[in-house]
Design a protein. Structure first.
Length: 145
């Protein structure tokens, strides 16, 4: 309730009551709901596939020692980073990593030889091709994590 106050110069001054806690908590709840909704909406843009995680790949026709391994994909400020692991000791970082919708391409140097991978994601599976001087070979990968 607003109570009038009169001072010696006959100026009307209103004095507000303390805030009603019921309205304060409703307003605060509304603000939190808006923040929560915008946080959910600001995730991966609609239509863009999120490939982050560890993938186990299988390329049966490539040179021995490289037929299976892991591919770890992480999101960075610049785009995506891909690390290929042939075993627990050998990890190589891919270059020129590009993800457009569900298509992934990158280059990698293995034993001083340029290897190019291109593939398509479909949910938790990648199907594509690996190419280097010995030819073009099939590769598949399945999301592990």
């Amino acid at each position: 309730m607003i109570e009038p106050n009169f001072c010696s110069h006959s100026v009307f001054i209103s004095k507000p009551n303390s805030m009603n806690p019921k309205f304060f908590f409703r307003g605060l709840s509304f603000v939190f709901m808006i923040l929560f909704a915008t946080t959910l909406a600001s995730g991966t843009p609609s239509g863009e596939f999120d490939p982050t995680g560890t993938w186990e790949y299988h390329a049966p026709d490539v040179m021995d020692g490289y037929t299976t391994g892991t591919m770890t994909i992480t999101k960075t400020d610049e785009g995506y980073q891909v690390l290929i692991g042939f075993d627990e000791y050998n990890m190589l970082e891919a270059e020129n990593v590009k993800l457009e919708k569900n298509s992934l391409t990158f280059n990698l140097y293995v034993e001083a030889e340029l290897v190019t991978l291109s593939g398509e994601f479909s949910e938790d599976k990648l199907t594509g091709k690996v190419s280097y001087s010995a030819g073009i070979f099939d590769i598949t990968a399945t999301r592990k994590e």
